[in-house]
Design a protein around this ligand. Structure first.
Ligand SMILES: CC(C)(COP(=O)(O)OP(=O)(O)OC[C@H]1O[C@@H](n2cnc3c(N)ncnc32)[C@H](O)[C@@H]1OP(=O)(O)O)[C@@H](O)C(=O)NCCC(=O)NCCS
Length: 306
């Protein structure tokens, strides 16, 4: 599907765009396995964008090869849904000569927050670096919002890139849901496209998930999380006469990713890590160093959430 947009010559910003572009017609093309090959430029830009985005989140991302293979798997050869329904859409924004941006959205998302209501999500969104801050992001988002409206999506949720995304998404009308309060992790933002009962019910369900305490699996690629865990691990080793090795935090996190019966999670309270839960060999270690008060608060909080 190709949709065209003419740039508005009366807008100064768009006039500047027109001068830069070799053609004044912006096209939106839905990526399918049939045309993904035409966008080989997109595959390269997609991997650069993923690598940068994960770095911004404090994670060590996989290399370009990994993201290009993922692009092929997810976009260039993904099977069509059997029932003919539309759940995800990938849109390339381009002129006849060059790619300008890309968006991946879900009409019925499940992954971002666990609530029994339908919401849409913006999963990926970028503008080619040399074209940023010229209004293209706003145009691409306008098209995306139109698609959400066509599919009767009332509310959209997303996690903006903490470095390059937050100001843009605020400008697009998105607000922080406050779900990150416990962990200081990337924020979940939301926008109601159709305020009403469903939107209120979604806000209500989200507010029930808000808590100052969260238990989050330790991500072996998240440098920020690993370095916050190290003093806690050291305190645990000291208390239990165990040899302390910094690297054990990362290797245990990797072990937990590989083995189903191992889990290693950080306990967040009020925005920082206060302890950990390690489940291994059918044993559970719950450790919150030196602060009986926070342990008491945490357990009371956890009981309250049940
Ligand atoms: C975020 C992104 C999509 C914005 O695209 P863009 O084409 O530069 O956005 P626009 O030019 O339409 O910006 C619209 C408004 O958003 C805000 N904005 C956009 N980028 C901003 C930035 N880096 N810093 C501050 N405000 C910003 C501004 O208010 C801007 O209006 P202005 O230029 O008149 O001040 C683009 O910077 C990008 O691809 N970044 C890397 C990937 C990314 O972060 N994607 C979002 C992750 S979900």
């Amino acid at each position: 599907m190709i949709v065209c947009t003419q740039l508005d010559p009366s807008s100064n910003k768009q006039h500047r765009m027109k001068e830069r572009l070799s053609d004044n017609e912006i096209l939106f093309t839905q990526i399918t396995k049939l045309n993904a090959e035409l966008f080989s430029q997109l595959r390269k830009l997609f991997s650069d964008y993923k690598i940068q985005g994960l770095k911004h989140r404090g994670e060590t991302p996989y290399g370009k090869k990994y993201w290009r293979a993922l692009f092929n798997r997810e976009y260039a050869s993904a099977p069509e849904p059997q029932d003919g329904s539309v759940r995800d859409l990938q849109i390339a924004m381009h002129t006849v000569r060059e790619l300008i941006g890309f968006a991946d959205i879900s009409i019925q998302s499940r992954g971002l927050v666990d609530i029994p209501l339908n919401y849409g999500s913006v999963n990926e969104f970028f503008i080619v670096p040399k074209h940023r801050r010229k209004g293209y992001g706003t145009i691409l988002y306008g098209h995306v919002e139109q698609l959400f409206a066509e599919h009767n999506v009332d509310t959209v949720l997303m996690t903006p890139d903490p470095v390059t995304g937050v100001d843009f998404w605020r400008t697009m009308g998105y607000e922080d849901t406050g779900l990150n309060i416990g962990s200081g992790e990337p924020l979940i933002y939301r926008k109601h496209l159709a305020p009403g009962e469903t939107a209120e019910a979604i806000d209500d369900a989200i507010s029930k998930l808000r808590t100052p305490t969260q238990i989050i699996a330790i991500n072996p690629y998240n440098k920020r999380q690993l370095s916050e865990m190290i003093p806690i691990w050291r305190a645990y080793c000291l208390k239990n006469d165990r040899r302390f090795h910094k690297r054990d935090v990362k290797s245990t996190a990797f072990e937990a990713r590989k083995h189903r019966d191992v889990s290693f999670a950080a306990i967040y309270y009020g925005g920082g890590i206060v302890g950990f839960v390690l489940r291994k060999d059918k044993e559970e270690i719950r450790f919150i160093p030196g602060c009986d008060e926070s342990l008491r608060l945490f357990l009371a909080e956890e009981e309250g959430n049940k």
